[in-house]
Design a protein around this ligand. Sequence first.
Ligand SMILES: *Cc1c(COP(=O)(O)O)cnc(C)c1O
Length: 429
Amino acid sequence: MKLAILGGKITIDNEPEALFHWPIVTDEDITAVTDVLKAGIMSGTGITKQFEKEFASWIGSEYALGFCNGTASILAAMWACGIGAGDEVIAPSMTYWASAAPALSLGATVNFCDIDRRTLCIDPTDVEHRIGPRTKAIVVVHYAGHPSPMDEIMAIARKHNLKVIEDTSHAQGSLYKGRKCGTIGDVGAMSMMAGKSFAIGEAGMLVTSNREIYERAVLFAHYERTGAASRFNATDNQLTDPELQHFAGIPIGAMKGRMNQTCSAMGRVQLKYYPQRIQEIQDSMNYFWSKLDGVPGIKPHRPDYWENSTMGGWYYSQGLYYAEQLGGLSSEKFSRAVNAEGVHQCFPGGNSPLHIHPFFHDSDLFHLGKPTAVAFADRDVRQGEGALPVSESIHEITVAVPWFKHLDKKMIDQYAQAFRKVAEGADQL
Ligand SMILES: *Cc1c(COP(=O)(O)O)cnc(C)c1O
C-alpha cells in the first residue's frame, strides 16, 4: 500500500479528540471545586487531609502528604531521606529533570546511571559501581507507567544502606509484581500535574509507610501541621525536646509545600473513578498493541516479563522502536510517515538525557563561583557525551504512540493500521 507521505491514501482523516481527552472532568469535579470556592477555603488543609487519607488507602501506604507540585514532593522526599550538601544521589539520566534536579537544591550532586532499553527505567546493572561513601539514595522513575526493576534495586539499596525514592509521576496505579508503584521503596513522590496520569491541576503527593520520613517531610515544607507531637516536628505548644524548639512553626526547608484545596477536592473525585478509568486505558492500549503483534520495528513498552505487573494509566505511552528491523529507517522518518497517515501522537519519544545537560554540569545555585555539582562534593561524578549510551539514544529507540482513554475498537483498529502500514511499507521510504 502506498504510504500517505508519498501521496497514498491517508488512513485516518479525522482524529476523534474525545478518544484522547484527559483528565475526564464531570459535574462532580466541578461541584467539588466550586464548593471549595464558595466556602472560601482555598488555603487550608481540611480537604487536603481527607484526600491524603483516601489516596494513602488506595495506594497502600501508611501516610500521604499533599504538595503544591511534584517537584516540591521530590525535594521534600530527598531531604527526608537525609540528603544534604556533598551527598550523592543515583538516578537514571533519561527522565524529566525534576526526578533529579532537586538534589542540587540541597547541595548534593547526581551520579547518573543508564536506563534499560526494554523498560526505559533504571538499569540495575549500572548502579552498584557508582556507590561511594557519600551516596545516600537511589531515585527510580517508573517511566511512562512502566514499573522499575524494584527487586534488584531494593537488594542493592539494602546491601549498601541507601534509601530508595520512587518517582511515581507517570505511574499511579502501575503494579510491580502485584504491588503498587510508589509503595515499594522508602518513599514515593509524584506529580499530579494536569497533563499526567493522575491529573488534578498543579499538585504533588508524597507517600511512605516510614513515620520518620513522613515527619521529616512535614517538617521540611508544612509549617502548619504542628498538631501532632513528633520527634521531628515539635508542636508549637507542646515542645518536649528543647533542641527542636527553633523548628516549631517554621519549615526547615524554608518553603511552603501545601496543595491548593481546589486540587484536593478534584483529587478526591478523580480518585473515586481512577481505577475504572485506568482499567479502560489498559484495555485500550493492550488492544492497540495486540493489533500490532508481529509487525516489525515497533514493540510495546510493557512489563510482559513480570507477573502481575501493569502500566497504570499508560501516561506518555511509548513504543520500543527497532530501526534495524526496518532497514535502518530513523524514528524521525518513521514518525513523520505515521503523522502523514493522520496520526499526530507519534514522534521520537522519551526525555532528553540529563547527564549531558549544562544544568547538572555548570549551574551555580549557591553563588559560590563554582558549579553546585562539585561545590560541596569530595569527587566529581559529572559525565560527558558517550557515557550513557542507551539514554543518549533514547530518541532513536522509542516513538510515542497514541494514548487511548476509551476502548473504541473501531477507531483503535485504524490507528494500529496506520502504524502497521508504515512499518510494513518502510522499504518505500
Ligand atoms: C512531571 C514530572 C515531575 C514534576 O512534577 P511537577 O508536578 O511538574 O512539579 C517529576 N518527575 C517526573 C518523572 C515528571 O514527569
